[in-house]
Design a protein around this ligand. Structure first.
Ligand code: AHM
Ligand code: MG
Length: 292
C-alpha cells in the first residue's frame, strides 16, 4: 500500500504536476540556445525551461534536500530532509524539432548526490507521447499512470517485462560500436527463434517504454571513442536500471548491475544496457567471452 502522505509520494505527485507544465511549455521552445550542459551538449530552450521548473517546484517539497540535473553543473541545496532528486528534465531533446516522443526521467535517492543506484527509493519517467503517461517504480512495484491536467490515473498496476522479448534498439553510430557489442547485435538480429524487431526512436525513454511494454532490450553501449557511452549514471542509468529491475528485468554496464556502479562524479556517464533478463545475460556472456 502506497503512503500518499510520504515525502517520496509528494515528490512523485509534484513531478506529475510539473510534467504537465513542461509539456505545455514545449511550445515555442524546440530551438537550441548558445549554452552547453556539463556533458558538453548544446541545450534547447526546452531543456533550460524544464530544468528551472523542476528545480523550483521540487526545492519547496518538504523532505527534499537536493535537486540535481544533467542540465546544470551544481547540486541545488533545497534545505532539510534526506531525499535527493536527480532528473533529466527533457530526455530525447533531439526528438523535439521533428515533434517525436520524448520524456522526463527522475530518480529519488535517500542519500546525498552523487549516490549509487542502491540508494534509490523510487524512480520514474513521464512520456510525452500521443497521450502523457508516467511510469513509477517504488516499494518493489512498477505502476503506469495516464496524466491529464496534472492528475494521475492508474492504468497498469504491477508492470512487468513480458517473458517473450519482441523489440530491440541501440544508440550510438554502428561504426563506433566496439567489436564485441557489434558481435552481440549481429547474433540477436540473426536469431530467427528470437524474432526481434528493431524499434529505435532516438529518445531513450520512448525506447525503454517499448521494452517495458513488449519485452526486449535497449542499450546505449560503450563506444570506441567514448568508453563510458553517452548516458549519465545519476540522471538516466540509475533511474532506468531501477525501473527495469523492479519490473523483473536486468540492467548492466556490461558486466554488473547499473545499480552497483559507484559514482565518482555527478555527471559520470555509464554504458547502459537494460531489458529482458535472458538478453542481458546473453549480452554479458558475449562481452565477457570476447574480453577474456
Ligand atoms: P538528451 O537527454 O540530451 O536528449 O540525451 C539522451 C538521448 C537519449 O534519449 C537517446 O537514447 C540518446 O541520447 C541518443 O543519442 P544520440 O543523440 O547520440 O543518438
Ligand atoms: Mg536531456
Amino acid at each position: 500500500m502506497i503512503d500518499t502522505n510520504s515525502p517520496i509520494e509528494t515528490v512523485v505527485a509534484t513531478i506529475a504536476r510539473t510534467a504537465s507544465e513542461i509539456h505545455q511549455g514545449l511550445v515555442g521552445r524546440r530551438v537550441t540556445t548558445d549554452d552547453e550542459n556539463p556533458s558538453g551538449e548544446t541545450q534547447f530552450k526546452a531543456d533550460l525551461f524544464a530544468d528551472e521548473l523542476l528545480a523550483d517546484r521540487l526545492s519547496s517539497v518538504d523532505g527534499v534536500a537536493q535537486y540535481a540535473s544533467e542540465e546544470r553543473a551544481e547540486i541545488v541545496d533545497c534545505g532539510g530532509g534526506t531525499l535527493a532528486v536527480a532528473a533529466d528534465p527533457v530526455d530525447g531533446t533531439s526528438n523535439l524539432p521533428s515533434n517525436n516522443t520524448m520524456g522526463t526521467v527522475f530518480g529519488i535517492y535517500d542519500a546525498p548526490l552523487p549516490a549509487p543506484g542502491t540508494a534509490l527509493v523510487a524512480a520514474g519517467y513521464v512520456l510525452y507521447g500521443p497521450i502523457t503517461t508516467m511510469m513509477v517504480a517504488r516499494d518493489g512495484t512498477v505502476t503506469e499512470y495516464e496524466l491529464a491536467g496534472g492528475e494521475r490515473t492508474v492504468v497498469r498496476d504491477d508492470v512487468t517485462i513480458p517473458d517473450d522479448p519482441a523489440v530491440y534498439g541501440f544508440g550510438g553510430r554502428v561504426p563506433t560500436w566496439t567489436d564485441d557489442f557489434r558481435e552481440f547485435v549481429r547474433t540477436i538480429e540473426m536469431d530467427e527463434a528470437l524474432g526481434l524487431e528493431l524499434h529505435y526512436s532516438g529518445a531513450m525513454i520512448n525506447d525503454i517504454n517499448q521494452v517495458l511494454t513488449h519485452g526486449g532490450i535497449f542499450a546505449y553501449p560503450a563506444l570506441e571513442d567514448s568508453p563510458e557511452g553517452k548516458l549519465r549514471l545519476q540522471f538516466e542509468g540509475n533511474p532506468i536500471g531501477y525501473i527495469i529491475e523492479t519490473a523483473g528485468g536486468r540492467s548492466s554496464d556490461g558486466s554488473t548491475s547499473l545499480l552497483e556502479v559507484e559514482p565518482t562524479d555527478l555527471h559520470d556517464r555509464v554504458p547502459l544496457h537494460v531489458g529482458s533478463t535472458e538478453l542481458i545475460d546473453r549480452l554479458e556472456g558475449t562481452l565477457a567471452a570476447d574480453s577474456g
